[in-house]
Design a protein around this ligand. Structure first.
Ligand code: HSE
Length: 319
């Protein structure tokens, strides 16, 4: 147990916003992600004299989420926090979902992150974000069945985020070259992360391992050195995307259309079905339009966004 935090001077009530996120970013399966501030989840926490966590309300684009705290990503994250910190109070939680469930936009992670960031404001000695990460990870594991951080870390810290390690995670915010925009297309269908993970093979061909490793190294070095040619050349997932793309109607055409319109790369957002691309600002609208046209051609409507990738993560909102 972490040292007990006194409850005497924290807030009695707080609301936090946590952004959506794109996990994997093609080449960084389970370790790389970026935040998408255009949509997100809000959590309001109220200090309670009753121990434990009670989910009193769930509103927004998703309302049929589990109310039992141990089955809810935000509830489970708060339980982990209370068990570890023993602050001497319980928490009532109101969750307001802005991210569609099963969209591949990190909705479960954002709920968990928003909840722990809001609860942190109730503590008289708030924790650092890196300390909050492990509690949010416990919540994310409820929905996906595994401990991974590629949505949690960018939602919490903001921007393009690389995380190394699970037990003692190290987080690095990677710079994104100026002028890059993320284009997102969310087809109107549900994808279970658990199922999309379940279809993945347990082993990787040596040649694919080498290719993917080179691509991850090339992508990260391209980001640090503003080398758009390197980013474009390395923006290809040769391990996970080939196994999952058949789950998304029209994926090949959507990706080809994005690349033809000038995108630096295009792949599946997290476990899908959202598809994302990176492009320069000048091409972003054509990339968005052509990706949407291919989803519509495949018989499925989609919501689309063009967003900057900014290092602004979860935050407590003014009262
Ligand atoms: N890295 C995860 C996956 C993201 O692709 O399964 C979804 O939570």
């Amino acid at each position: 147990m972490t040292q007990r935090r006194s409850s005497t001077s924290g807030l009695a009530k707080a609301t936090a916003f946590a952004p959506a996120s794109v996990g994997n970013v093609a080449i960084g399966f389970d370790i790389l992600g970026f935040s998408v501030d255009a949509l997100g989840d809000r959590a309001t926490v109220i200090r309670s004299d009753s121990p434990g966590v009670v989910i009193s309300r769930a509103t927004g684009v998703v309302s049929d989420i589990p109310r039992e705290p141990e089955k809810n990503t935000a509830g489970r994250a708060l339980m982990a926090m209370l068990e570890d910190l023993d602050p001497g109070f319980g928490i009532e939680l109101h969750l307001d979902k802005g991210i569609p469930l099963g969209s591949g936009l990190g909705g479960s992670a954002a709920s968990a992150v928003a909840a722990v960031v809001a609860a942190n404001a109730l503590l008289s000695e708030p924790l650092s974000k890196i300390e909050l990460l492990k509690f949010a990870m416990q919540g994310e594991a409820v929905s996906s069945g595994s401990l991974h951080v590629d949505n949690i870390a960018p939602s919490l810290f903001g921007g393009l985020v690389l995380t190394v390690g699970i037990d003692q995670p190290r987080v690095k915010q990677v710079p994104v070259p100026a002028g890059i925009r993320a284009v997102l297309a969310h087809p109107h269908m549900f994808m279970s992360t658990r199922d999309a993970r379940g279809i993945l093979k347990g082993s990787v061909e040596m040649s694919d391992f080498v290719w993917q490793t080179a691509n991850l190294a090339g992508f990260i070095s391209g980001c640090y050195t503003d080398d758009l040619d390197m980013i474009r050349a390395s923006f290809e997932d040769v391990v996970i995307q080939p196994q999952r793309q058949q789950l998304i109607p029209g994926f090949d055409s959507v990706r080809n259309a994005a690349l033809a319109a000038g995108a630096l790369g295009c792949s599946i957002s997290g476990a899908g079905p959202t598809v994302f691309a990176w492009s320069l600002e000048a091409e972003a609208e054509a990339v968005r339009r052509d990706m949407l046209a291919q989803f519509v051609r495949a018989g499925i409507d989609a919501d689309t966004w063009i967003v900057p990738i900014e290092p602004v993560g979860a935050r407590v909102l003014p009262a």
